[in-house]
Structure formats: C-alpha cells, structure tokens
Design a protein around this ligand. Structure first.
Ligand code: GLN
Length: 474
C-alpha cells in the first residue's frame, strides 16, 4: 500500500507508532509532486519541509506529546499566510510578498505538528472557476490534463486527487472548493460562514469567504475541519460551533429545490443524479420538494455583491504598499493606474470595474442594495426550507471538467459554473461536494449536500452514508 492510499488518521498513527517516519512521508510527497509537476498544481514546496519532518521524527523518538497532525504534510492555497514564506494569491501584483505572520488556521495546523508542505496554484485573488487565471500558468485537471482543474482552489484539489499531498486547504467564496473538488473527484466542504477564522487569508469577498479542507475521504475532511475551526479573537466574524452533532440521524429528510428541478432535469448528468436520489430513497431517506424562490437570483446577486467587495478589498493594492510598483510612473496617479494595470490580470480588473459600477452613486440602490435585499430573502427561504428537510441536494456543477481554454474568453459562461454552489455561499450555510458518478468523458461528477447553519456533522454523516452505498461513485 502506498502512502496516498492511507487515511489521515492511519498516517498520523503510523508516524506516532514508528511504522514509518514523517521524513519518509514528506519525501514521498516531494516525489509525487515531481511526478505530477506538469499539472502545475504546486507553486512552491517550502524549503524547510524535510527539516521540519525530521524535527517531528525526533519528537517521536523522544516520546514527546504529539499533535493530531504529527508529521502530516498539508498544502495551502497561495492566498493563506505562512510566516516568512511567500503568499502570492497567484497574482503578479503579489509575487514577491512574504507573509509577516501566520494565518490563524496555519497556526492551528502547526500547533498540531503538521508540516506546511507547499503553496498551491489558484485563480488570481480567488476569482475564477478554472484555475486558468493564474500568473503561474494554468493548473491542469488531475484526471485529464487537457481539462481544467476547476477553481479557484484548483491547485489544492489537484494536489489531493493526484496523491501529492494527503490534504490541502482551499478557500471558497462562491464555490472555489466545491467545484474543483467535483472536477477532480475529491471531497470538499464550505462550512458555515465564520467557522474557520479568516485572519491571515486574502479574501476578495469577505462576507462569504471560508477556508476549509480538501481531502480524499469524508472522514479526513471532518478530522481536518475540527482542527482548523473555532472562534478567533482576531476575526470578529468567526464563530464557535459543535457542527450540530446532536442533529445526526439514522435517516434524513432530503430536499430537492423545486425552482432548480427543471434545470437539473435538463442536465446531461440527470439520469445519474436521479439514480443517486433513488439510492438514497431506497436506503430509507425521505425525499421531499422544497421551495426556495430566490435561488434563481443567486448567481446574479453573487456577481453584484462579490465584485463590490472585491473592489473595496483590493483598493489597498496601490503600488505603494505590499508589492509590485510600476517602474515608469511619473506622478502619484500614474503610479496607481500603471501599477494596478500591470499587476492585476484581466478577470480581476473586470471584477474591479464591475464592483465600482454597482457601488457608484445612482447604481448603488439599483444593484448593490437590491442584491443585498435578495440575499436576505434567500437566507430566510433556506431557513424555512430546513424546517421541512435536513439536507438539500443538487449536483455540484452542471457538468464535468471542461477543456482548458473552453470558457476563458466567455466570462458569463464561466460564472455559470457557480450556479449550484453560490446559493449556500450567500446564505452562509454549509455545503459539501462528494464524488458521485462519472460524466460522458469519464471525468468525475460531484454531488452537493447543503444543510442549516452549524450542522456540518449532518453533511459529513449523510455524505459518508451515501458514499458507502455507492462505493464513492466508482
Ligand atoms: N467561481 C467563483 C468566482 O469566480 C467562486 C470564487 C471563489 O469561491 N473564490 O467568483
């Protein structure tokens, strides 16, 4: 059995019980990274990983107390700060940025003796759904390298799927963990908003952004989330949660959203989705229809609210602070304009323009305020729906991974990638994507389960039950 076939808990136990060393595991991950270098999932393997692994091995030798992730390599997305290391958000603008402190989640990982292994490729500033908007070049799908990895956390999903690293951390604002997880056949969750501290994470839409784990199994995912979650005095939006453990049941009531039904029926994967529902029903879960009237407006709202926040969050990149400065600016205004024009890629510039437009006087009420109102209605509708059911089910994406270059010149078709993932983001509720079937090109398809806030335990439980019934969609 190779390292990549082992569960996280077995890896930790193996190191603790001296069946193998952390150094051997890290060496293996480095070899895997070299083997899959062509996928471009990893931007940089940190230079001290072997040293850190040896330190953990020494701790084991000395019989010292060890953390829950003793000696385990964890890859992090390029927008997560790890003190003394580069974090570039896959942007030319931040290529030379060195993190001055640790993100809270990194600190939590280190406290549990994890080894922060590498930084992973992403869409610039987490804007995108393909991992093609990166200053480091396109990240390719782990199963079919002619296809996209998905985005924006494409590098993290590919890393896990290819077996480079047992776990990777991504961020999800509107689907950036769930969609690439779906495209690469791995498990990804976006927890309840606030579950994981955002301190030390470069978010573009702070009101929906969450960092969380991408793993091979549901069990590993839960194990990781429990480690990185928790209220943090450095992030006022963070929350304490027990993940709703008391809400775990033997059989669940599973809702299908009436307003999405017709659209889902038209998808190529519909027969497979129907099969999944039948499997769940046969296993004793009850299927009901629920109404979420405003779900159909989610995408439009998201592409108003998130660019508005991006505009405001990225205003600090002015060519003076942080990073890249245009070399041929003669005045202060030119410095701003030239630095931002040279530093930001096309998609980021598009969002800044869009965001400024919806926030400008005259359009603020018509677009931004209206979108925020619809978001409130959506939240309430979800709450009502969860009075009738425990979980709502949808495909994670409309289809399997598409070809590289297939959507990059058509931003609207790229935005449509987020159709099923954005509602949970706007409502702040948890949602998980698990592999459930294969599409026409034999590439993975993901199934999404959403539940009421602070009930991740329910998602993990049902996802696990489902995967056991279907052998992981294989
Ligand atoms: N694809 C979405 C976007 O481009 C989601 C991004 C994300 O979740 N970070 O905005």
């Amino acid at each position: 059995m190779e390292f990549k076939d082992l569960k996280l808990k077995d890896l930790v136990q193996g190191i603790k019980e001296k069946q193998f060393t952390s150094e051997s595991l890290v060496k293996y991950c480095i070899e895997q990274a070299e083997k899959y270098e062509h996928l471009n999932a990893i931007i940089e393997i940190f230079d001290d990983v072997l040293l850190k692994a040896k330190e953990i091995d020494k701790k084991v030798e000395r019989g010292e107390k060890l953390g829950k992730l003793a000696g385990i390599p964890v890859a992090i997305k390029d927008n997560i700060l790890y003190k003394g290391k580069r974090a570039g958000c896959a942007s030319k603008f931040m290529q030379d940025f060195v993190s001055p402190y640790n993100a809270t989640l990194v600190k939590k990982l280190l406290d549990e003796d994890a080894i922060i292994f590498a930084r992973t490729n992403m869409d610039e500033f987490a804007m995108g759904g393909s991992c093609e908007n990166s200053c480091y070049g396109v990240c390719k799908n782990a199963i079919d390298s002619d296809c996209v990895a998905g985005g924006s956390s494409g590098g993290s999903a590919v890393c896990v799927s290819a077996g480079i690293c047992p776990v990777a951390i991504g961020t999800d604002t509107g689907g950036s963990i769930r969609q690439p997880s779906s495209f690469n056949g791995v498990v990804g969750i976006k927890p309840t908003y606030g579950t994981v501290s955002r301190y030390g994470i470069v978010a573009f839409a702070s009101s929906t952004d969450q960092a969380s784990p991408i793993t091979k199994t549901v069990e590993d995912n839960k194990y990781m989330l429990e480690i990185i979650a928790g209220k943090d005095s450095l992030d006022a939006t963070s929350i304490e949660s027990d993940f709703g453990a008391s809400k775990i049941k033997d059989k669940y009531v599973i809702g299908i959203c009436k307003q999405l039904k017709e659209g889902i029926e038209k998808l190529e994967q519909y027969s497979k989705f129907k099969e999944a529902i039948d499997i769940l029903e046969k296993a004793g879960h009850k299927i009901v229809e629920v109404d979420i009237e405003h779900i159909k407006n989610s995408l439009a709202c998201y592409y108003i609210i998130s660019p508005a926040e991006a505009t405001s969050n990225l205003a600090r990149f002015d060519g003076v602070k942080y990073t890249t400065r245009s070399k041929d600016a003669k005045t202060l205004e030119e410095l701003y304009i030239k630095s931002r024009s040279e530093g930001f890629g096309k998609e980021v510039q598009r969002r800044i323009i869009l965001g400024n437009y919806v926030l400008s006087s005259g359009y603020f009420d018509a677009y931004y305020k209206k979108a925020k109102r619809v978001q409130e209605l959506l939240k309430k509708e979800f709450e009502r729906a969860f009075e009738k059911c425990d979980v709502i089910i949808t495909p994670t994406t409309a289809g399997e991974a598409f070809e590289i270059g297939g959507k990059i010149s058509d931003p609207v078709s790229m935005y449509l990638e987020d159709l099923f993932t954005v509602p949970a983001s706007l409502a702040g509720i948890p949602a998980i994507s698990v592999p459930y079937s294969l599409g026409k090109k034999d590439l993975p398809l993901g199934l999404q389960f959403m539940s009421a806030e602070k009930t991740e335990a329910v998602l993990y439980d049902l996802a696990d039950k489902f995967l056991k019934l279907t052998k992981g969609g294989k």
